[in-house]
Design a protein around this ligand. Structure first.
Ligand code: PMP
Length: 438
């Protein structure tokens, strides 16, 4: 079944000469799925990719989340073209920024004020600075396996328990910085309680992906977010939601306003970090929150944050256009129904072939874990069969189905996936599971 990609092989060899590791983000390498050349794509339209060897793929990677209306959506393309024709960067305020800020505030009412930046990493990094400025405390509690970008403070792994400080997860992050971070298992309120009892007076913020997208898709257990917010507040710490993946992914709004949670007031954060979808496929990030907290930010307050490219007309216009598409009635319902059909068929096919598979689906996205137990935290996500995933990934790729090359990443549906795309994906998965047991 294996197909040849000579041009990708050749370009990868060339890329290795000039670009570190041949890729501009490590998640693009095939290291986690057995190595070799990643596929070089040359064009994307709707739910499809074409590689440099002219193979077509159905895309479920969706650029790790931002692509929700399919590639090159005409409304977004028009917005970008129009912005480009009027000049891509001014270094002055523009009216468009107000419009996107308003749209975000309407959809996520906990944000009284917003600031645009260029990436999710920047957004998260700055929420931490603002929380520290506001509370005049330094420590951060985060949850194991939640990814918050590549800034120093959040590249920290768990110590040996919730009452221990973190250790750097990356070379180049000083131990002194890691010691400002405490890592607790996701969905573990007892762990959070111990961490807050031990370090409570020093904790500036508890940071979490309210619906996790980084060790598969994982919902918080009932009461987890309520308990987290209550405990953080009792300790005088702020709550930061990293909604870089989750905002506008499941409905027109964010996790904090999602209907799966009944008491929205009880789970409201002080600060929210955004990115991905809100830029419609161009670089963007944003953060926002309660007025008193956001007033810490320069030029109003003492917490400094700036950006030459921030709020550039192209990203902002693409973001507005993307949200306009998502605001149309029925958009999320359709992605939900297609993802349900696909996930159910994957599960049935894996079951039929005796392959243990746990699918966590949240509306139009899901993760498929090769294991026979639930996945509710990072330990459980790690305890899944990476080799099997690698085999499945390649069998799917060779049949024209593009997944993220990591067992921890989600499958994303878009408004552009058709019933035929879903049928073709189900057929490919049936072949892949059958081949895996042969
Ligand atoms: N937070 C979350 C939850 C993310 O998933 C990511 C990226 N995958 C980031 C932050 C960092 O965003 P960026 O890659 O745009 O810097």
């Amino acid at each position: 079944m294996s197909i040849q990609r000579p041009r990708s092989e050749q370009l990868y060899a060339e890329a290795l000469e000039h670009i570190v590791g041949g890729v501009n983000s490590p998640s693009r390498s095939f290291k986690a799925v057995g190595g070799g050349a990643p596929v070089f794509m040359k064009r994307a339209q709707g739910a499809h990719f074409w590689d440099v060897d002219d193979h077509r793929y159905i895309d479920y990677l969706c650029a790790y989340g931002p692509i929700i209306t399919g590639h090159a959506h005409p409304h977004i393309t028009e917005a970008i073209t129009c912005a480009a024709a009027n000049g891509t960067l001014y270094g002055t305020p523009t009216e468009f920024e107000i419009l996107l800020a308003r749209m975000l505030k309407e959809a996520i009412p906990s944000m009284d004020k917003v600031r645009f930046v260029n990436s999710g990493t920047e957004a998260v990094m700055t929420t931490i600075r603002v929380a520290r400025a506001y509370t005049k405390r330094s420590k951060i509690i985060k949850f194991a396996g939640c990814y918050h970008g590549h800034s120093d403070l959040v590249l920290v792994a768990a110590g040996s328990g919730p009452s221990t400080l973190g250790i750097p997860d990356s070379a180049g992050v000083p131990g002194s910085i890691a010691s400002e971070v405490i890592t607790v298992p996701f969905n573990d309120l007892d762990g959070l309680r111990v961490a807050l009892e031990t370090f409570g007076n020093d904790v500036a913020a508890v940071m979490v992906e309210p619906i996790v997208g980084n060790f598969g898709m994982v919902m918080p257990k009932p009461g987890f977010l309520e308990g987290l917010c209550k405990m953080a507040r009792e300790a005088g710490a702020l709550v930061i939601y990293d909604e870089v993946i989750s905002a506008f992914r499941f409905h027109y709004g964010s996790a904090q306003t999602y209907s799966a949670f009944s008491d929205h007031a009880a789970i409201e954060p002080d600060l929210t970090a955004l990115g991905k979808i809100i830029g419609g496929g161009l670089p963007i990030g944003a953060y926002g929150g309660r007025k008193q907290v956001m007033d810490q930010v320069a030029p109003l307050g003492p917490a400094y944050q700036a950006g030459t490219m921030a709020g550039n007309p192209a990203s902002i216009s693409a973001g507005i256009a993307c949200l306009e598409v998502l605001r149309e009635p029925g958009v999320y319902e359709r992605m939900d129904a297609q993802a349900a059909r696909l996930a159910d068929a994957l599960q049935a096919s894996a079951d039929k072939n005796g392959i243990p598979l746990t699918i966590n689906r949240i509306r139009g996205s899901f993760s498929a874990h090769f294991c026979d137990h639930p996945v509710t935290n990072y330990d459980e996500a790690q305890d899944t069969d990476g080799e099997r995933f690698g085999q499945f990934f390649r069998l799917m790729l060779d049949q024209g189905i593009c997944l993220a090359p990591s067992k921890y990443e989600a499958w994303f549906l878009t408004t552009a996936h058709t019933d035929e795309d879903i049928d073709a994906t189900i057929a490919a998965a049936e072949n892949a599971f059958a081949a895996m047991v042969r």
